[in-house]
Design a protein around this ligand. Structure first.
Ligand SMILES: Nc1nc2c(ncn2[C@@H]2O[C@H](COP(=O)(O)OP(=O)(O)OP(=O)(O)O)[C@@H](O)[C@H]2O)c(=O)[nH]1
Ligand code: SF4
Ligand SMILES: [Mg+2]
Length: 401
């Protein structure tokens, strides 16, 4: 199977009570015996992701989760880990067993709705029982799509797959655009990529490769230079580039080296636009001007990467923010798929480029901050703001956002 970058896979979580047939359904959909099935309730303990090509939609990850009605201390840990999966879920399948919809299922549905996750109810074990009229009325009343299946006989499994495709969030069905709406055929785009100690050996990083590929797909020309070679290349170009895209860390030098008329932005800002609600992140960056002494700032990193000596989130951003505001700020770094439960003590969240997150998850994180009234922005916008090039690097997006 072709492997898609993890960030653009549709994440589908199968949730529901123990023994409803979640693992069996994954096996039936993928036609593989990849999930352990047993008549013993509580068989699946930790959430497990299974990659699958759901055509014509593309690559998806099915998350088989532990039953949500688990009891005892261990049970509540399992419930917590299932809930964490919901933070990164684009589409949920609530699997109902032969006993129909229970109060536990309704509680799950309330959570899923609060997190604005599209959901389908699957009445499984149709070979044993049909959904009751009360359950069908419940779904119809709530406007929740439903289907009756049997993981055992295969009844309606193909129909379930096509319903999943219909329910997938629209932004998953169209190709996400990084740069193609900002350029046209025949344009030249200059990419400025520092090759410093932080750069991986022997290769470019995925966001850089994705931008180059998209420029080529637009029948435009991509020129990749290090910051030192930029001025020389611009002199040699007969027509100025339609756009210069720089790594955030060299943006100050690049902004100084190129004419004011040449549109300039950063990789980080383009990916923030593709991954989430850029309006909100731009607004969040304005909150930097209102920071005060002793304010706490959350640096949110979506994965635990190898920490460099001059790490962007731990060293550079705190340094630039402190210098720009002149305030005595405190910084906390949070890595991985977790987002702190309580955000109320933070005055600002500064998020990483989120290359390992999908768009739904980033939007959900932005929503979560918005609901709690905590401004959120990202590394690229923070760097641009603190270095005084903010208006310049968001200007190329103004026509589209
Ligand atoms: N008759 C029938 N049995 C099913 C069907 N789907 C699952 N089962 C059975 O129901 C039992 C539980 O199935 P699982 O797939 O392990 O259920 P689960 O929801 O993953 O359970 P936990 O991991 O314990 O939460 C097993 O004995 C399955 O064989 C179905 O469509 N029809
Ligand atoms: S941008 Fe975020 S998700 Fe991507 S490598 Fe850095 S910390 Fe991880
Ligand atoms: Mg299971």
């Amino acid at each position: 199977m072709k492997q898609a970058p993890r960030g653009i896979r549709l994440v589908i979580a199968l949730i529901g009570r123990r023994n409803s047939g979640k693992s069996s359904l994954i096996n039936a959909i993928t036609k593989q015996k990849i999930a352990i099935v047993s008549e013993q309730p509580g068989t699946t303990t930790d959430p497990v992701g299974k990659h699958y090509e759901l055509l014509p939609l593309g690559p998806v990850t099915f998350f088989d989760t532990a039953g949500l009605d688990d009891q005892g201390e261990l049970g509540s840990l399992r419930i917590q880990s299932t809930r964490k999966i919901l933070f990164r879920t684009d589409l949920a399948i609530l699997v109902i067993g032969e006993n129909g919809i229970t109060n536990a299922d309704k509680a799950i549905l309330t959570d899923v709705h609060a997190m604005t996750i599209p959901v389908i109810v699957v009445f499984n074990k149709s070979d044993l029982a049909s959904p009751s009229k009360a359950d069908i009325d419940f779904c119809s009343h709530q406007g929740i799509p439903f289907i009756s299946t049997s993981a055992k006989t295969g009844e309606n499994i193909t129909l379930l797959k096509s319903k999943l495709i219909d329910l997938a969030p629209p932004e998953m069905k169209k190709e996400p655009q990084i740069v193609s709406d900002l350029i046209t055929e025949g344009n030249t785009v200059v990419l400025v990529v520092p090759i410093d100690l932080g750069a991986p050996k022997g290769r470019l990083i995925l966001p850089q490769v994705q931008v180059i590929r998209e420029i080529l797909d637009c029948d435009a020309c991509a020129i990749v230079v290090k910051e030192r070679e930029l001025a020389g290349i611009l002199e040699n170009l007969a027509v100025p580039p339609a756009l210069v895209i720089a790594d955030s860390q060299v943006i100050l030098k690049v902004a100084g080296d190129i004419n004011e008329n040449i549109p300039l932005t950063t990789f980080s800002i383009l990916f923030a636009r593709m991954k989430g609600d850029i309006h909100h992140l731009i607004q969040g960056a304005q909150a930097i001007d209102n920071l005060n002494d002793n304010d706490r700032i959350l640096i949110a990193e979506a994965c635990s990467h190898h920490v460099q000596a001059d790490d962007i989130g731990r060293v550079k951003i705190p340094r630039w923010l402190t210098r720009y505001t002149g305030k005595d700020l405190s910084f906390e770094v949070y890595s991985g798929h977790d987002f702190p439960e309580d955000l109320s003590s933070y005055r600002l969240v500064v998020h990483c480029g989120s290359c390992m997150l999908n768009r739904m998850e980033m939007i959900r994180r932005i929503n979560e901050c918005q609901r709690r009234g905590i401004p959120i922005t990202n590394y690229g916008l923070t760097i641009a703001k603190t270095l005084g090039v903010f208006d310049r690097v968001i200007a190329p997006l103004k026509t589209t956002c």
